[in-house]
Design a protein around this ligand. Sequence first.
Ligand code: AGP
Length: 613
Amino acid sequence: MCGIIGFSGYERATDVLLSGLSALEYRGYDSAGISCFTKDAKITTIKSVGKVSELKALVPGELKSDCGIGHTRWATHGGVSRTNAHPHSCGNVTLIHNGIIENYLALRDTLAAGGRTPVSDTDSEIAAMLIDSLYTGDAAAALAAAVAHLEGAYAFCVLFSDQPGKIYCIRKGSPLVACQTEMGSIIASDMVALLRYSKDYFVLEENLIACLTRDEITLTTLDGTPVTPDYLTVTWDVSSAQKNGFKHYMEKEIHEQPDALSRTIMPRLVRYSENGTFYMLPDFTADGIPDSVFLGLSRIIITACGTAMHAGMMGKLLFEELLRIPVTVDIASEFRYQNPILDENTLVITVSQSGETADTLAALRLARKKGARTLSIVNVKGSSIARESGHVFYTHAGPEIAVASTKAYTAQLAAFYLIVFRAAYAAGQLSIAECAKYTEQLAAIIPSIQQVLEQKDEFTKISRHLTKANDLFFIGRGMDYALSCEGSIKLKEISYIHSEAYAAGELKHGTLSLITSEVPVIALATQHDVLPKMVSNIKEVRARGAFVILVAAADAMIEEELYDFRINLPQISDRFAPFAAAVVLQMIAYNTSYLRGLDVDQPRHLAKSVTVE
Ligand code: AGP
């Protein structure tokens, strides 16, 4: 997704803008640009296709400026070209944009009738033309008038040629965070670009106009009423957003999972006593999530995108097993356009690492509009989904920079396990002793992940066999099917190998015809209750010549001729096997991508947070 940075202050603006854009590269992009007020109060714009490093090479050392804006573009409307790169200028206006203006074609025709013709193919340039057409010297008024015409999502930073040193910003749907520091005022798409300057920041509320100068940030409503921002403080430090000796962010984040899980689980464990016995139970008092959220429910809907949705698939299985409430998992981009039957006895759980995914945010808004109870599982504090949800369960995975989600996924799993145990206990489906036992088993998965990571040489051997594959299947049953879906997206998104997750029992109903000796199969066999059936399914693919990689419980009795590689999980209860198995699949995907020489952290075409539809 596009990255935005704006700075007005006492430092060299180009340094702040370029380092900010480098910090935002992880969001995914294909071109970049900056615009700065130079000492003669003119605006200089430099843009390039490709990496920020290529843009940096175009910025003259003698370019002196203390105010400017910068952008990394993830192409939506209009191909990848220097002309389509941001910033876009029209008349007095120079603008950068993250989002999609849905009615830009109608606006373009209206503006053309007024003699304004765009040079690019972008919706963003149309926005710049619109703002310029409404500008008569009052920047805030022009922005307020312009957004009244806009449909869709936007985060704008705008320079007005006759207002040097000032940056005007407004957002709806797409994120913007800002901070005022002694070196100046800074605004960006997310905290990763601000962290080196301040841990204190605020989220620009939707449809507030921010004006950044070197000494202050003023906020006003669309009608000009002043607003004071609510500052937040991040709990992680700069090193959290750096590689710290690992080759890639993804490798680092895979290895951070024991810490991420500990930070997510342990603060929620509270000592209870009953009849003189002490028990550690999940407790969400500090999260502001009362038990009443989980009581009297007729159904639960879990809605999210991608990996977050896969975590929801695991949550469904846990809820239905222990809370005995019907649960459906909906892809958020589908849910938001359905007409779901929701009421105050429906709990809608949204899951999102970034808390900014447009489809998931829209699904949450629909759920609230229809009167459902809402709970979100989010990793980024103060993000849109977190702020708009009735209740929030924060995962404490720390900043996740790699596009491929790893530590956020297992932290989302841990969130579901804790929530289900608490809900089932509160609803009387689990005794205090049972709840305490399951909670203790959950905490015990943390060292098991360390054990898996010690098998890294095995993962490299396996990956060497996969680098030439064109197609690959993940198969499993129950929890292993939900995990297969996650393993498949992990491999696809960073190795570009087509893979498909299949319920193992379903293969023989058509897809088995695709299995040949050229099609590796990763078979998950961590669940003892369906092991005999799973072995039969492995035999089916083996009989068709498949190269089989088995990920299994250590004590699973499976004949050696049925597989080429076997990864044994540490001794853990089946219910908690997904954590360790997930790490195996993450490492296989990571090594395969690395051995194929691909950009593991920033895979082609993808963004870390999809803030557009
Ligand atoms: C996961 O590896 C992908 N990067 C992607 O599927 C991601 O999970 C999805 O876009 C949802 O993002 P979110 O968790 O920030 O909402």
